[in-house]
Ligand binder design. Structure first.
Ligand code: ADP
Ligand code: MG
Ligand code: MG
Length: 874
C-alpha cells in the first residue's frame, strides 16, 4: 500500500486520505501554480500509528526518504548537506480544517553545520541564523515540549540588550548568541543536546505531528465541531521557501473576497522579511495587501491571477497563504474561507451571477442559522465588553437598556421611548405588554421554550432566559451576580444569540435584509415544495410576516386579543352568571374582535388566514387565586365592608370555581366552546363579519377557522356545525359570499389517532406540536427543562430538547398517522404545522418528508423557514 504521495501524484478530491491542506497543495501543483515541491504522508498512516501503539509503520521512513530524494532532484539541494542544504517544513493537515489546533515545524534540516552552508549559499548570515533560531524554537516547543515562553524570554533578553524592538532588527552576531542560548535551554530542559541529525529531526517531527492529533485542544475542537475522532491527520512535507531573506521577501495571508462583507475585493495582509506565522502572531503590524501592489507590483499581479484561478477551480472563496522569496511568489495553502453570515449571502448570490455556481448550490451554502443572525441587531464583534453572566440564548439579537423589574414599568417607560430591559424571575402572559415595550428580556428561570422565550422569539425581541447566576430581588429592585450589584436604571446589554449578559452599553450593528438576501430567498421560493406561513396575532405582525415572504397566516391566536384594555370586557364575560349576561358582555367584545380580524385580513392581502378560536383556560384572564385571597383578607382586616368587599368576594369565588390543579389538561380549547357555545359563536361571527367587510371593499379574503384541542369526534361535529351555522348566517345577512374553511388543531394524541374521523368535518389540520409534544411525552413545557430535561440531555437520555427539534420517533409518528388517516377520508386535506417547530430547520425537513402542505412560524423566522424548506428538497 502506498503511504507517501508527491503533490503531483495526490488526488485533491480525496480529502479524507490527504487532508485538506495536502489536497489543496496537490490541486495547486497540478494547476501549475508555484507550489514548492513536497509530498504527503496519508491520514491512514496516522491511523496505523495509533493502532500500533504510537509506532511509525514499518517501511514508512524508507518511503519518506525516497520522496525526499525527489525533492532533492527538483531543488538541486541535498537534505543534511553542509554545502547546500535542503530544508523542509513538516505540517499537519486534517480532512476538516482545525485552524491552529495541531502542529507545524519550519526550517527542518538545520544544524550547526548546515546553517553555515545556508549562510554561505544565500550570502546572508543573518537570514541563516534567524532560520536556525526559529527552527530550534519550534522544534523545541512542538517536539520536545519546552514551553514557548522560555524561548521568548531569551529572545527578549537579547532584544533588550541590543536596544531593539523587533526580532527582524537583530544582527547575525546576536542571532548566533540566541541560538547558543536556545541550545543550552534545550539541554537543560531535556537533558540532551538539540538533535543535530536531520534524519532524526525528520522522524521526530513526523511523530510529533501525529501526536498533535490527540493533543487536548484538538480533541476539544473535534468535540465542539462534531469531527470524527478516527479521521486522523496527514503530514505534509514541503520544501522551505524563505520570506525572511530581506526586504524583497515576505509572507502573507489573503482572502479572495472580503470574508466579513462578502465584497468582491482582494483582502489580506503581509509582512516583509518575515516567516510563517509572523503575520498572525501580531509581533509587527502587517500591511494591507493593497500595499503590495506598490511595493512588488509583479508579485501582486501574479497573486491576482492566482486568486481568479483558485476561485474558478474551487467555485468558492479561498483563504490562502503565500510567501515571497527574493521577489518570487510561492503558494503554501488554500482552503474554503470561513465567513460571516452577511458575507455568506452576498458571496453565494454574487457567484450565481458570475456563473460560478447554480442557484441550488447557493442555497446550500448559506445556513438557516446565518439567515437568523442577519435578522437581528448584533453586537459589534470588535467592541470590548464585560460579560457578567450567561443564560440560555432564547431569542437572537442583542439589546441594551436600563434595567426595570416590572412589566408595568417597562410598558410605561418603553412607550415613552425609553430603552429598557425587562428583568424578571420568569414571565407570564400578563407580561406581554412589558415585553413588547422593552428592548429585550432577561429571566432567571425557564428554558428555551418558556413563555418569555416563545413570546420574545415571536416578537423578534432578544431574550436571555434561565440565567440562574443572577439573583433577583424584586423588592429592592436589583439583581446580583456574585458581588456585582445591578440596580434599577443601571444599563445592561443582553445578547440573545449567545446568552451573554453584559455590563453597560455595547455598540451594535443594525439588522439588514439586504438585496442579496431577498434575491437568495426568492430562489429558495422557486425551489421549495412546502409552503411557509407565519404565526401572527396583530396586523403589525402580519405586516412583518408578509414583508418577510409569508404565504399566509398559519395561526392567529385570538386570546392575545383579549388582553390589555380589553381585559375588563373579557372579565365581565367570565363573571357573568347567566347566558344572557354573558351574551351581553360578548356583544361588547364582538366589534373589537372584528376590527382585529379586518386588520389581519388586510395585511395578508388575500392570502389564507387561519384563526384559532379561544384556547387558554379562562382563569388566565383573572387575577391569581393567592393574590385575591390575600386581598380579601386584607380588606377584612382593614375593616372594609359593603359593595367593595362583596365584589372582591364574588371575584374570588369565581376564581376558586375555575381553579384547576392541572390547567393545561383542564377546561380550555374546544371544551370552552362545548360548554359556552356563545363564546365561539361571537368569535365566528366576528371573523365572518370582518371577512364580509373586507370583501365589500373589493379585497380578496380567505378565512380559515380553527378549533383548538379537539380530542373527540363529537367535539369536531358539534363545533363544526356551530361554525357553519354562524358563518352561513353572516353570509346570508350580508349577501356576500365568503369562501371559508373549518379545520382543527391536532395537538392531543387521541386526535392524531382518530384523524380519519375528524377529517369527515375538518377541511384542514394544523399540528400544534407544542401541546402535542407536551402531551405525548407528558413533559410540561414550562417546567421540564429546569427540573429534569436538562439533565436528561446532559446524560444523553434524550438526544435533544423535543420542544426545540421535533421528536420524529414519537410525536412524528403520530403526525404521520394523522396525515395518512386524515387524507384517507379527505384526499385534498390541507395539513400544516403551527407549533414552535415550524421555524426549526430540522423539523421543517421532517414536515416536508411526511407531506405537509406548509409550516407556520413566527414572522422573524419566516426567511429562515423559506431557506430551510428549500434545503429540505435539495
Ligand atoms: P496552520 O495549519 O496552523 O496554518 P501551516 O502548516 O499552514 O500551519 O504552517 C504555518 C505557517 O508556516 C504558515 O504561515 C505557512 O504559510 C508557513 N509555512 C509552512 N510551510 C512552509 C514552507 N515550506 N515554506 C515557508 N513557509 C511555510
Ligand atoms: Mg496554514
Ligand atoms: Mg395548543
Amino acid at each position: 500500500k502506498k503511504r507517501v504521495y508527491l503533490f503531483e501524484e495526490a488526488d485533491g478530491k480525496n480529502r479524507l486520505l490527504f487532508g485538506g491542506k495536502g489536497a489543496g497543495l496537490a490541486d495547486m501543483t497540478k494547476a501549475g501554480l508555484p507550489v514548492p515541491p513536497g509530498f504527503i504522508i496519508t491520514t491512514e498512516v496516522c491511523k496505523e500509528y495509533y493502532e500500533n501503539g504510537k509506532k511509525l509503520p514499518e517501511g514508512l521512513m524508507e518511503e519518506v526518504l525516497e520522496a525526499m530524494k525527489k525533492l532533492e532532484e527538483k531543488t538541486g539541494k541535498k537534505f543534511a548537506d553542509p554545502e547546500n542544504p535542503l530544508l523542509v517544513s513538516v505540517r499537519s493537515g486534517a480532512p476538516v480544517s482545525m485552524p491552529g489546533m495541531m502542529d507545524t515545524i519550519l526550517n527542518l534540516g538545520l544544524n550547526d553545520e548546515t546553517v553555515e552552508g545556508l549562510a554561505k549559499r544565500s550570502n546572508n548570515e543573518r537570514f541563516a541564523y534567524d532560520s536556525y533560531r526559529r527552527f530550534i524554537q519550534m522544534f523545541g516547543n512542538v517536539v520536545l515540549g519546552i514551553p514557548h515562553e522560555k524561548f521568548e524570554e531569551i529572545l527578549d533578553h537579547y532584544k533588550k540588550e541590543q536596544g531593539v524592538k523587533l526580532d527582524s532588527e537583530l544582527s547575525a552576531d546576536t542571532l548566533k548568541k540566541v541560538v547558543e542560548a536556545y541550545k543550552e535551554l534545550v539541554k537543560k530542559e531535556t537533558g540532551k543536546d538539540f538533535p543535530q541529525n536531520p534524519y532524526e529531526q525528520l522522524e521526530m517531527a513526523i511523530r510529533a505531528v501525529f501526536d498533535s492529533w490527540n493533543n487536548e485542544r484538538a480533541i476539544i475542537y473535534r468535540k465542539l465541531h462534531n469531527i470524527p475522532e478516527d479521521y486522523g491527520t496527514a503530514v505534509n512535507i514541503v520544501t522551505m521557501v524563505f520570506g525572511n531573506m530581506g526586504n524583497d521577501s515576505g509572507t502573507g495571508v489573503a482572502f479572495t473576497r472580503n470574508p466579513s462583507t462578502g465584497e468582491k475585493e482582494f483582502y489580506g495582509e503581509y509582512l516583509t522579511n518575515a516567516q510563517g506565522e509572523d503575520v498572525v502572531a501580531g509581533i509587527r503590524t502587517p500591511q494591507p495587501i493593497s500595499k503590495l501592489a506598490e511595493e512588488m507590483p509583479e508579485v501582486y499581479k501574479q497573486l491576482l491571477e492566482v486568486r481568479d484561478l483558485l476561485e474558478k477551480y474551487y467555485r468558492d472563496v479561498q483563504d490562502i497563504e503565500f510567501t515571497i522569496e527574493k521577489g518570487k511568489l510561492y503558494m503554501l495553502q488554500t482552503r474554503n474561507a470561513k465567513r460571516t453570515a452577511r458575507a455568506a449571502v452576498k458571496i453565494a448570490v454574487d457567484m450565481v451571477k458570475e456563473g460560478l455556481i447554480t442557484k441550488e448550490e447557493a442555497i446550500l451554502r448559506v445556513s438557516p442559522d446565518q439567515i437568523n443572525q442577519l435578522l437581528h441587531a448584533q453586537i459589534d464583534p470588535n467592541a470590548p465588553k464585560k460579560v457578567i453572566a450567561k443564560g440560555l440564548p432564547a431569542s437572537p439579537g442583542a439589546a441594551s437598556g436600563k434595567v426595570v423589574f416590572s412589566s408595568r414599568e417597562a410598558e410605561k417607560r418603553g412607550k415613552e421611548g425609553e430603552k429598557v430591559i425587562l428583568v424578571r424571575p420568569e414571565t407570564t402572559p400578563d407580561d406581554i405588554g412589558g415585553l413588547a415595550a422593552a428592548q429585550g428580556v432577561l429571566t432567571s428561570r425557564g428554558g428555551m421554550t418558556s413563555h418569555a422565550a416563545v413570546v420574545a422569539r415571536g416578537m423578534g425581541k432578544p431574550a436571555v432566559v434561565g440565567c440562574e447566576a443572577i439573583k433577583i430581588d424584586l423588592n429592592k429592585e436589583e439583581f446580583t451576580v456574585g458581588d456585582v450589584v445591578i440596580k434599577k436604571d443601571d444599563i445592561i446589554t443582553i445578547d440573545g444569540s449567545t446568552g451573554e449578559v453584559i455590563l453597560g452599553e455595547v455598540p451594535m450593528i443594525p439588522p439588514t435584509l439586504s438585496e442579496e438576501l431577498k434575491e437568495l430567498l426568492s430562489w429558495a421560493d422557486e425551489i421549495r415544495k412546502i409552503g411557509v406561513r407565519a404565526n401572527a396575532d396583530t396586523p403589525e405582525d402580519a405586516q412583518k410576516a408578509f414583508e418577510y415572504g409569508a404565504e399566509g397566516i398559519g395561526l392567529a391566536r385570538t386570546e392575545h386579543m383579549f388582553l390589555g384594555n380589553r381585559l375588563p370586557l373579557v372579565q365581565e364575560m367570565i363573571l357573568a352568571e347567566t347566558e344572557e349576561d354573558r351574551r351581553k358582555a360578548l356583544d361588547k367584545l364582538l366589534p373589537v374582535q372584528r376590527e382585529d380580524f379586518i386588520g389581519l385580513f388586510k395585511a395578508m392581502q388575500g392570502k389564507p388566514v387561519t384563526i384559532r378560536l379561544i384556547d387558554p383556560p379562562l382563569h388566565e384572564f383573572l387575577p391569581p387565586l393567592l393574590d385575591l385571597t390575600v386581598e380579601v383578607e386584607l380588606m377584612k382586616a382593614k375593616g372594609i365592608t359593603g359593595k367593595e368587599l362583596e365584589e372582591k368576594e364574588r371575584l374570588l369565588s369565581v376564581v376558586r370555581r375555575l381553579h384547576e390543579f392541572n390547567p393545561m389538561l383542564g377546561f380550555r380549547g374546544c371544551r370552552l366552546g362545548m360548554v359556552y357555545p356563545e363564546i365561539f359563536e361571537m368569535q365566528v361571527r366576528a371573523i365572518m363579519e370582518a371577512a364580509v367587510a373586507v370583501a365589500k371593499e373589493g379585497l380578496p379574503v380567505k378565512p380559515e377557522i380553527m378549533i383548538p384541542l379537539v380530542a373527540l369526534e363529537s367535539e369536531m361535529k358539534v363545533l363544526g356545525d356551530l361554525i357553519h351555522r354562524v358563518a352561513k348566517q353572516v353570509i346570508e345577512e350580508s349577501g356576500v359570499n365568503i369562501e371559508y374553511k373549518v379545520g382543527t388543531m391536532i395537538e392531543v394524541p387521541r386526535a392524531a389517532l382518530i384523524a380519519d374521523k375528524l377529517a369527515g368535518v375538518a377541511q384542514f389540520f394544523s399540528f400544534g406540536t407544542n401541546d402535542l409534544t407536551q402531551m405525548t411525552f407528558a413533559f410540561s413545557r414550562d417546567d421540564a427543562e429546569g427540573k429534569f430535561l436538562g439533565r436528561y440531555r446532559e446524560k444523553g437520555y434524550v438526544e435533544e430538547d423535543p420542544f426545540e427539534h421535533l421528536d420524529t420517533e414519537g410525536v412524528g409518528e403520530l403526525m404521520k398517522i394523522a396525515v395518512q388517516k386524515g387524507r384517507s377520508t379527505r384526499p385534498d386535506l390541507k395539513v400544516g404545522i403551527c407549533g414552535e417547530h415550524g421555524g426549526d430547520p430540522k423539523s421543517i425537513e421532517f414536515c416536508y418528508i411526511i407531506g405537509l402542505d406548509y409550516v407556520s412560524c413566527s414572522p422573524f423566522r419566516v426567511p429562515v423557514a423559506r431557506l430551510a424548506a428549500a434545503q429540505a428538497t435539495l
